[in-house]
Design a protein around this ligand. Structure first.
Ligand code: GRF
Length: 267
């Protein structure tokens, strides 16, 4: 059976080389997905130009100007909603609760704009690809009704080195192997259930830029492969009553694909 093509929306903040890899693979038929929309939180993101060049609808929700417009106190009913979201979130660690709610409120306003645009394209999955914003329980709850629909690519072997600087942190720690991870997004920072990981060696004469270049090649491979597994319904998510979530890829070719990633990283 030929897998159905997924509809995906891709969220970016910058250069968008992961996006470009998806665009290229969608064009040559090796990605079982149609990129229905690309959205950025920054007006100058080069990835927006990549999308336009490929004829994909591209949008910017400028988080900075949404935040500037929302300066001040939020209405009381909105505060009640924010307090509820704040109880679920696990990434904003601002001790002052008024400040925390204010930050959360601005993020939610920007997300409502994102959601309005994304939903008009009816995607099956939302793929974060270098989107340098944390998403709130509002965004997650909107898309995870019934099943997990938000994916992220992280440039480290989670749970090591979450956050913004995966390659830098891996290198600075003196790791001998680095890795990249595709995971479902949850309410924490890079804490969601892991779908796939690939590793690469770090040689004594490597520098940070060298390992980033090596890791990015793997990012392009594994993100597309995960999307293809989802399209083929080969990603099983098991949630146990104690709350543990484990993801299994059911593709019989899984071990050979992993061997291929290792061979590629060692080449
Ligand atoms: C990638 O390393 C990705 O893992 C991380 O941000 C970077 C984005 O790169 N989240 P690009 O914009 O796809 O080139």
């Amino acid at each position: 059976m030929t897998p159905r093509k997924l509809r995906i929306a891709v969220l970016i903040s910058g250069g968008g080389t992961n996006l470009q890899a998806m665009i290229d693979r969608a064009a040559d038929g090796t990605l079982n997905a149609e990129i229905v929309a690309v959205l950025s939180d920054r007006p100058g993101a080069f990835g927006l130009q990549r999308a336009e060049r490929a004829g994909i609808p591209a949008f910017c929700v400028d988080y900075a100007s949404v935040a500037a417009r929302a300066e001040g106190e939020f209405p009381a009913d909105y505060r009640v909603v924010l307090e509820e979201l704040d109880r679920k979130q696990n990434f904003l660690r601002i001790a002052d609760s008024a400040k925390r709610l204010n930050r959360l409120g601005k993020l939610v306003l920007a997300e409502q704009e994102l959601i309005r645009i994304i939903d008009s394209f009816h995607p099956d999955y939302i793929c974060l690809a270098g989107f340098m914003r944390l998403v709130t329980p509002c965004f997650i709850g909107h898309y995870n009704r019934g099943k997990r629909r938000i994916l992220n690519i992280h440039p480290a072997l989670l749970p090591s080195f979450p956050g913004m600087h995966g390659y830098e942190d891996t290198f600075a720690y003196g790791c001998k192997w680095g890795g990249v991870t595709v995971h479902f997004v949850d309410e924490g920072e890079d804490t969601g259930p892991i779908i796939a990981q690939a590793v690469y060696p770090i040689w004594p004469d490597d520098d940070r830029d060298g390992i980033r270049a090596r890791g990015l090649q793997l990012e392009y491979e594994i993100y597309s492969q995960v999307i293809n597994w989802l399209a083929a319904d080969e990603v099983a998510v098991n949630e146990s009553p104690d709350g543990a979530v484990r993801v299994h890829v059911t593709d019989p070719g899984y071990p050979e694909i992993l061997r291929g990633w290792v061979r590629k990283a060692m080449a």
